[in-house]
Design a protein around this ligand. Sequence first.
Ligand code: DC
Length: 230
Amino acid sequence: MAEVPVLTLDGPGGSGKGTVASRIAMLRHWRILDSGALYRAFAFSAQKLGVLPDDLLGIQRILAETDFDFVVEKTGEVIILVNGNDVTTALRSPDAGLAASTYASQQSVRECLIARQRFERQAPGLVADGRDMGTVVFPDATLKVFLTGTLKIRALRRYKQLLEKGFSATLAGVEQEVSARDQNDRSRAVSPLEPANDAVTIDTTEIGIDQVVKKVDDLLTAKLTQSNNG
Ligand code: DC
C-alpha cells in the first residue's frame, strides 16, 4: 500500500510555515501537524510539574500521563489542548517559545516525541510544520520545503501576530527573542534547524504569502502526479 503523502515545511520562526501549512491543509483537506505546538505544550507541562529538560524519567512520565491534542479550526488556527484544557493563548507567548526551544534541544525529549508526531500521518495526507520534519521525522516525505526570510521580516511578522493575539510586545524585544531562538535551534547538537538535502528552499522575505502558497502547492501537485505515475 502506498504511504500516506506528507508535505514537510521547516524553517525558522516567522518564515511563514504556519500560515502556509494551514492554507495548503485547507485546500487539500489534509491534516496538520504543528510540531512547534507539541514542543510548546510539552515544555509547558514539564515546567508546571517541575521536570527539568535533562530528567529522562520525568520526561517519560509526562508523556505517559499527559494528553496532548490539537484541534484545527475552520480558519486553520491550531487549538492546543493539554489534558483537555485549552492552553493555546498561554502557549503562543514568547516565553513559551523559548521554553519549548530549551526542552527541544534535549535528545531524550525529541526521541520521546517522534512517535506522537508520526501518528499524525493519516489519510488523505499530512502537512507537517516544524524544524526537523524533513530531516528526521518524515525523511521519506513526498515534498520537503524549507522556508527562510531575513531576521527583520520574520521578527516583524511575529510582532504583528503577537499584537493580533492581544500580547503586548516591542519590535526590538521580539527581534531579540526570534534571534535567540534561531541561534538555539540552529546550533543544537540533535536535529538542528537545517534544510534536508532534498528540500526546496524558498526565501519569503520579498514574496507575498499567496505566492508562497501557490508555489508550494504547485510543487506538491507535481510530486504527487510523479509518484502516482511511478
Ligand atoms: O514553531 P514554534 O515557534 O511554535 O516552535 C517552538 C520551538 O519548538 C522552536 O523554537 C524549537 C522547537 N521545535 C523543534 O525543536 N522542533 C520542531 N519540529 C518544532 C519546534
